[in-house]
Write a protein that binds this ligand. Structure first.
Ligand SMILES: [Zn+2]
Length: 344
């Protein structure tokens, strides 16, 4: 079968690999019908060293169960499923607390030697706990939005939840990538009255407005902080969704957070220590977040997708087949594309 393999920074190849096989009785094999390229895939696309070895890529997919191991009880061949970016057993203490990304028997696809979803198929460990069976094969037009429930929409929702977005509040979103744009949808869904998008790309800003952004801030650093403060009566935003992961983004987040507010971090941090410890302390700002337990959020978000109340699939502005994946990485890296869907 064909699969995406990254060998080092900028070196993404589509190769013939051995067909995915059941290795544990709790495994399933899923044939991928839609996958995508993630903003977080761009970090190794910049930084991965050849000595780190080859890695199969992709952690977001919807597909069809092709085979199940002998201990899999809730799935059968032919089931349409959403594959969250992390696998989880669904039975441990953290899974019961709806924090599947801390599962005692879990891990992440397209990482640490695991198979990836930018492929014709892949092996799913802990299949019963991991895969979410869709109620029906559904209409093709819904597929892009269903695909976002494997990561970006759940991740945007996590940022909004951790940042304690609620009715009447002001929310600010740092980052106009697919996660930030889904964060707008999440903030609106949770009742935010004011939704400030901090971004600079005209295509993303336009989409952000249709998703519910009420204000756009395109300045940088101190000027950006001053603008958000102006827009919020000088006080700052109750809820800050940090969807980038750099220390500059965190500094901005602290600068625009209102006293007593909260910052939800979902950008993978590429800094050693959380900056601005003093203002965080003196202004009683809560910092939380991490890998989103998207498996827990599917049930909550799915009805809104199926009934058309939210359309997070609009973040996809380009579709490629598997052979087009390297070009998809290039297009996302150069910001020509917001998010690329892969249709094997
Ligand atoms: Zn678990």
């Amino acid at each position: 079968m064909r699969a995406t393999v990254m060998y080092g920074a900028g070196d993404v190849r589509i190769e013939n690999v051995p067909d995915s096989q059941i290795k544990e009785p709790t495994d399933a094999i899923v044939r991928v019908t839609r996958a995508c390229i993630c903003g977080s895939d761009l970090w190794p696309y910049h930084l991965r060293r050849p000595e780190d070895g080859a890695q199969r890529m992709g952690h977001e997919a919807i597909g069809i169960v092709e085979e199940v191991g002998s201990e899999v009880g809730t799935l059968k061949k032919g089931d349409p499923v959403i594959m969250p970016f992390a696998f989880s057993d669904g039975t441990c203490v953290f899974c019961h607390e709806h924090l599947q990304t801390a599962c005692l028997h879990g891990g992440f696809f397209g990482n640490g030697g695991m198979e990836g979803a930018q492929a014709e198929a892949l092996r799913i460990p802990q299949a019963d706990g991991t895969l979410f069976v869709l109620p029906a094969r559904g209409d093709d037009a819904l597929m892009p939005s269903l695909l976002t429930l494997s990561d970006v929409m759940g991740t945007g929702h996590h940022a909004a939840s951790v940042a304690r977005v609620g009715p009447g509040k002001a929310a600010a979103i740092i980052g106009d990538g697919a996660v930030g744009l889904c964060g707008i949808i999440a903030a609106k869904r949770l009742g935010a009255e004011q939704i400030i998008l901090m971004g600079r790309h005209s295509d993303r800003i336009a989409l952000g407005r249709t998703f519910g952004a009420t204000d756009i801030v395109s300045e940088r650093e101190d000027e950006a902080i001053a603008r958000v403060r102006d827009l919020t009566g000088g006080l700052g935003a109750h809820a800050v969704l940090e969807c980038v992961g750099t220390d500059q983004a965190m500094n901005t987040a602290v600068g625009i957070a209102r006293a007593g507010g909260a910052i939800g971090r979902v950008g993978v941090p590429h800094y050693e220590a959380v900056p601005a410890a003093q203002p965080l302390f003196y202004r009683n700002i809560t910092v939380g977040g991490g890998p989103a337990p998207v498996r827990a959020y599917i049930e909550e978000l799915l009805p809104d997708v199926l009934e058309g109340r939210i359309e997070p699939g609009r973040v996809f502005d380009r579709t490629v087949d598997l052979e087009g994946v390297p070009e998809g990485y290039r297009a996302m890296d150069s910001r020509e594309s917001i998010k690329v869907m892969v249709q094997p």
